[in-house]
Write a new protein. Sequence first.
Lengths: 369, 295
Amino acid sequence: MINLHYRKHEDHQVSTIRRKEFPSSAIKVNSLRKKYGRLNSLNGISFEVFPNEIFGFLGPNGAGKTTTIKCITTLTKPTGGSIQVFGIDAISDPDRVRQNIGYVPQSLSLVGELSGYENLLMYSKLYGVPKEHRNENIFRILELLGISEKADYQVRNYSGGMMRRLEIGTALVHNPPLIILDEPTIGLDPQGRRMVWEILRRLVHKLGTTIFMTTHDMLEADQLCDRLAIINSGKIAAIDTPINLKRNVVGVSSEGRGTVGGDVITLKIPTDSRSSAISIIGRELGSKAEIVDDLSLRIILKDVDSLFSKLLSILIKAGIRLDSIDVQKPTLDDVFLQYAGTRIQEAESQTMESWKSIRNVRRTFRQMG
Amino acid sequence: MSEERLDKWDRELNRSSGISTDRNNTPVSALIRTLGKTVNICELELRKIRRDYTDLLIRAIQPILWLTIFGTAFTHISQNSIPSLAIAINGGLNGISYLEYIAPGILAQSVLFISIFTGISMIWERDLGQLDRLLCSPVPRTAIVLGKSFTGGLRGLIQAAIIFVVAVVMQISINFNPLYLIGVAAIVFTFGIGFSSLSIAISTIIKSRERIFGLVQLLTMPLFFASNALYPTQLMPEWLQIISFINPMSYAVDALRILMITGNFGRLLTDVVALAISTTVFIFFATMAFRRIER
């Protein structure tokens, strides 16, 4: 298996090799609206995806994630607004957009009767990959996916993780500059998820590919995506890097874990030195320490990383005994709660339901033959 | 090792990649592209059949049962108890048995059933997301319709081959002149394409799996029974004769009966023209419906 260790974009010089002649944006969506009957699925969303980044779409079920994907992949015509993919108008010129995108739907779209190689071969032919490159290209993709040894097995005998990777592989046959994925790691175990991430990162870093994906997985959004858009009820609530989104959390979560605009530090200090600690912290750091219970104090700091050593040193200098210290940074879960009004867990369980129903369809399909 | 190889590939690929702005859209090149992709879609479907042909074999059982049970029983009954049927068949058509009379009808029926299934399987593919993959690829919509319909025709040919074998085993005397056989193949293929297209048009409009099964039942029953597959139309009441007259199935059965059994060429040209027209119309319907799919 290939082992790749890529870091994220923030601490990574954007790959030196880049695709030729990129326009300044990979996807540019402007006040996109979509109505299904009377139901407003998208209420005028606007965002831009830059070339060579991984852009994540995060939102609860029914927020409009899949509708957005359907509009960009030219599967449905929006009610209003504009979409440009590499400067090509997706509404007036869908055919040219189709040549430049690879789409990985949430459901399993592979042909179960055929082998992995045959699936890639047929997509190569349908995408018009020239005959002389076809086989080499397929072997490259099989190697990338780590399923070279299973290439000749029927896909219906693959594990879930292998199916998902092959699913991505079939979207790569024409080496598209933009890949659009709907929940690419849903239903995968942590190892399978990590393998998908490595494939996607490799595409971005080595081939200059742009990735647009939806996810409900906080860890995935945090670790994989360069930028995130949080979508709720057909509107975009926030767009930023995961770090900036977390920095700007203002709400307090129900567990008291979340924060008011910063990181929560909980100190365990003996009761007798508590009042002196409160006054020192107030004087030196300019922030108010609250009493949580008999043993603990809570401080909220905007940026704990830069103040952490100072906090320790002033407490030690004052001779205050520290029994323990606990730092809680805001998570994307808190960000999500703030903008979407619901916890990820709840949204996730709904998504898992729909995944189950897809599985059922699949099972019935097999039984039907 | 594999890491190095991948890196090398990636570098090569990167050098050659960019944004595709292929705009070669003259009518001729568009036609060639559509036909090419039609062949690709056919290949995909045929590969599926090659890997899993149980479906085709199971589907061959029903026509075999029609011939062996219904055919045998009704041959006996018509000879002994329904003189008008026996006369209509024997008197009008130089002494062929009832089994020989319905063999082409059963063949057409099995092709009809397997073609109608093309649309149903497309609803499955839509639910599974396979259709979305095709729809957001550069494959022309027309090529998807044609590819699926042609595969329906090819599946019909496989059915025909199986039924021919069964007919030989049952000692039904079939004309094995190669020219006639080619004619049978052409009729089966055209008929299969036509009804595959019709089913694609219906399933594109209906979309739901629950409704399509009922609707297909509703469609195949009158197509089969209000045709000349099982009995001569002149024995039907007049209103049924009218339905039979506009039923494309009647023309397919008649053509097959001429080529396989009777050899009376009188109406063959009418049959072929009627079949060609109906198939063209169905392909047109399917393409129009499919082009508007969700866009």
